[in-house]
Design a protein around this ligand. Structure first.
Ligand SMILES: NC(=O)c1ccc[n+]([C@@H]2O[C@H](COP(=O)([O-])OP(=O)(O)OC[C@H]3O[C@@H](n4cnc5c(N)ncnc54)[C@H](O)[C@@H]3O)[C@@H](O)[C@H]2O)c1
Ligand SMILES: O=C(O)C[C@H](O)C(=O)O
Length: 329
């Protein structure tokens, strides 16, 4: 190892996604084969032992890039000096819980984690929130880290992006890498809008190649938007390996850049582009370069897309207003 290790904090490390994620981070897939990592695992006290078990397994892999593992139930220790924060641990929706209850319960997690990031993270810290409701949890954390640039707080819609890519490739009988410039707009929820109007399939416009408005409206969009629920129904548990894979993709692309002639989807604080109210964390098409992302500008939004983007953004505004009333942002 010649480079200094990058500190990667993973919350909810003993959970399902944590188990699918940590080995890939430690093997170099998050940051590349030349970058050593030091893992910081944050768990609630009852799950620290399970996290220790995972750490034993990580040790047993003898990953050359793994410079060390710290395990704690203290957010301040977990985020001290961290460069990359993967915020996976969240409170799942329980029986009889309303959306507002869920947001309040998650406020109890993401507020102190935002404060801990503000207090001690490295200057270049980059945060990905995976734990649901991811966009608004990211907003809560960001609101409590006033000294960190807001742009460093992102929410995961890469899983939705990857899902859309495969659905479209299967419809057209092409490979996933033949598809470029897909966009997920809005919230990581059933209101999200997967947009193929600017996507390209082997250089041709995807919507024109599909040429099937009914498939788009009645199959493609609901399949992508409700895929999480379909996985829960089929597995009896929410997506874990695919979510971990998307987290790896999100950070890898953010740090290493998008390919020429392509873009990706990230939940990021809106700068007002495309009529999305400033400050809410909404998914946009972005290009990445030099460790920074930029919203793709100048896309023409047709009426079909406008309605759907507006509906998902309205849900995000409602979530923001709920957490505002709870004094969480
Ligand atoms: N954005 C996405 O695309 C996406 C996709 C799949 C799942 N998710 C979400 O990711 C989250 C995690 O999923 P999972 O399957 O790993 O759940 P899980 O229940 O298996 O694991 C969650 C872990 O978080 C821990 N945890 C709870 N509160 C914590 C806190 N304050 N600090 C640290 N750890 C804490 C729990 O002890 C548990 O080990 C869920 O909210 C899920 O809905 C998001
Ligand atoms: O955990 C969930 O509710 C679903 C998850 O966000 C997913 O998209 O698979």
């Amino acid at each position: 190892m010649t480079k200094a290790p990058v500190n990667v904090t993973v919350t909810g490390a003993a959970g399902q996604i944590g188990y699918a994620l940590l080995f890939r981070v430690a093997s170099g897939q998050l940051l590349g084969p030349d970058t050593p990592v030091r893992l910081r695992l944050l768990e609630i006290p009852q799950a620290v032992k399970a996290a220790e078990g995972t750490a034993m397994e990580l040790d047993d892999c003898a990953f050359p890039l793994l410079a060390g593992i710290d395990i704690t139930d203290d957010a301040n220790k977990a985020f001290a000096g961290t460069n990359i924060g993967l915020l996976v641990g969240a409170r799942p929706r329980g029986p009889g819980m309303e959306r507002g209850d869920l947001l309040e319960a998650n406020g109890g997690i993401f507020k102190p984690q935002g404060e801990a990031i503000n207090a001690g993270a490295a200057e270049d810290v980059r945060v990905l929130v995976v734990g649901n409701p991811a966009n608004t949890n990211a907003l809560i954390a960001q609101a409590h880290a006033p000294d960190v640039p807001a742009s460093r707080f992102t929410a995961m819609t890469r899983l939705d992006h990857n899902r859309a890519q495969t659905q479209l490739a299967q419809k057209l009988g092409v490979g996933v890498s033949d598809i470029k410039k897909l966009t997920i707009w809005g919230n990581h929820s059933a209101t999200q809008y997967p947009d193929i109007f600017h996507a390209e399939v082997n250089g041709k416009n995807a919507a024109e190649s599909v040429n099937d408005q009914q498939w788009l409206a009645d199959q493609f969009i609901p399949t992508v938007a409700k895929r999480g629920a379909a996985i829960i129904e089929a597995r009896g548990a929410s997506s874990a390996a695919s979510a971990a894979n998307a987290a790896i993709d999100h950070v890898y692309t953010w740090v290493n850049g998008t390919a020429d002639g392509d873009w990706t989807s990230m939940g990021i604080p809106s700068d007002g582009s495309y009529g999305v109210p400033e400050g809410i964390i909404s998914s946009f098409p972005v290009t990445c370069s030099g460790g920074e992302y930029q919203i793709v500008q100048g896309l023409e939004i047709n009426d079909f897309s406008r309605q759907r983007i507006d509906a998902s953004v309205a849900e995000l505004v409602e979530e923001r207003d709920t957490v505002r009333k709870l004094d969480l942002v």
